[in-house]
Ligand binder design. Structure first.
Ligand SMILES: [Zn+2]
Length: 460
């Protein structure tokens, strides 16, 4: 027994000895999530949206064996991860991309590229990458970054802060887009050190050789010196003294365990499996992700049948063949399958459907509605320079509340022009807006569908 065992025998004798015991045992570095305006529940919400988007856009391995293996390995690690009691849903997916990368979205949605599996020489190395990612989730680094971005943009709702920082996100909606969520995935060097340290603890506690944490990343850096660094390092900048810091933590944990696990037959078998997968060219979108006007023809005509949506302080009905692309307390978007298209600059834009958002603190009563609507439109025009008003604001009613209806023309993300019909309504916390979007040629169809959505709105 090490010294700590002796100290512990005094537990029953005095409180002082108990404290002594605790401090001897608790030598490992204690890490806690930083400042965060989001709740862990919001981490899960935002992460789930972005994960759904990632699954649509990324080429997935579609290998049950690989996904099951990652899930099993991930579970072994999360069993030893301190989440401060938050029950993250943990999902693990294999991505058919040969670049060496892995990422974890807030709330526990983990994506591992086949390239990372192929680059790992043993299971401990793959476990190290995953333990590092899981630590970013537990330490809530993604929404901590978003919190800082939010602080820098006072007045913009949480939604805006994450998804682009401007209400321009309404049309070029970046709802739940994992690429636009860059703020969620780009970590600081200090966050990297934290993820290394916590990841080392997780490896140790799960019975893996904890040295794999620094070894794998060092190996990647060495092997790719002078060449393009692995993608992993663009989101996870290498912290200073990585090896030293990991070794220091291993010492604190009591040294390298004698029977540390390095490899498994499962790992070797899954590695062979992913190496056999067809190699997909990077950046080729899956057919359904391209969707909409740019490929595969226009989406299905909106259905007359509806489903209910319950938002914050309001409810509405939308066509039952539309999908909900995301939502939070400040907004949501709905549209047909294929309604989200890539605008060619890496942003996902809603080409067909309805976007709902709010401008907090403005347009809180009918008198302010006109100026708040003008402000919203100027804001949208900043990110959509070809957007022009085609019909000036007219007074309408939305669920018996005074509202304004404005029509605009804009470039459609799928090519050609689109019509945007914006309806704004004063709410006590801030003006709420509904944007109905479709390519010009199909607007009559969508005007009807959007009109039905607007008629169904109930504030409560
Ligand atoms: Zn990292």
């Amino acid at each position: 027994m090490p010294a700590s065992g002796r100290v512990c025998r005094f537990i029953s004798i005095s409180t002082l000895a108990l404290l002594g015991c605790a401090s001897v045992l608790a030598q490992r570095t204690q890490l806690r999530p930083g400042w965060n305006l989001f709740s862990p529940q919001q981490d899960m919400q935002v992460g789930k949206q972005a994960a759904t988007d990632a699954e649509r856009k990324l080429p997935m391995c579609n290998s049950r064996k690989a996904d099951a293996y990652l899930t099993q390995l991930g579970k072994r690690l999360t069993d030893h991860l301190n989440t401060n009691g938050v029950p993250y849903p943990w999902e693990f997916h294999c991505v058919n991309d040969r670049s060496i990368n892995a990422f974890a979205l807030p709330g526990g949605y983990v994506f591992v590229n086949r390239g990372a599996i192929e680059a790992a020489d043993n299971e401990a190395e793959l476990a190290a990458v995953m333990a590092h990612e899981l630590s970013h989730v537990a330490l809530r680094h993604g929404t901590n970054q978003a919190t800082k971005a939010q602080a820098a943009q006072a007045g913009v709702g949480i939604f805006g802060a994450i998804f682009g920082g401007s209400t321009g996100g309404a049309l070029l909606t970046q709802l739940g887009s994992f690429t636009a969520g860059g703020v969620l995935l780009k970590y600081s060097r200090s966050a990297e050190t934290q993820a290394d340290v916590m990841g080392t603890q997780v490896l140790y506690d799960s019975g893996y050789d904890p040295r794999a944490m620094s070894q794998f990343f060092e190996k990647l850096e060495q092997e790719t010196k002078g060449k393009n660094p692995p993608e992993f390092f663009s989101d996870h900048p290498s912290p200073d003294h990585r090896v030293e810091r990991v070794n220091e933590e291993i010492d604190k944990l009591g040294g390298i365990p004698a029977n540390a696990r390095r490899d498994s037959a499962d790992f070797e078998s899954v590695k062979r499996e992913v190496m056999k997968l067809p190699v997909l060219k990077k950046g080729v979108p899956r057919a359904d992700a391209a969707g909409g006007g740019s490929a595969g023809g226009p989406p299905q005509v909106p259905s007359d049948k509806t489903v209910d949506y319950e938002g914050s302080g309001m409810s509405l009905k939308y066509p039952d063949n539309w999908k909900q692309f995301g939502s939070d307390e400040n907004g949501a978007a709905f549209g047909p399958e294929g309604g989200l298209v890539n605008d060619g600059s890496g942003h996902t834009a809603l080409a067909y459907g309805v976007t709902i958002g709010s401008v907090m603190g403005q347009g809180t009563n009918g008198n302010e509605l006109g100026s708040a609507t003008q402000g919203l439109i100027s804001e949208l025009q900043k990110s959509n320079p070809n957007m022009k008003i085609t019909r000036e604001a007219q007074s309408v009613k939305l669920n018996d509340k005074p509202a304004l209806s404005t029509y605009l023309v804009n470039d459609s993300p799928g090519g050609g022009k689109e019509t945007d019909w914006i309806v704004t309504v004063a709410r006590p916390d801030g003006m709420m807006y509904f944007v109905c979007t479709s390519p010009q040629g199909e607007f009559e169809t969508y005007r009807k569908a959007c009109g039905a959505v607007l008629d169904s709105v109930r504030f409560h």
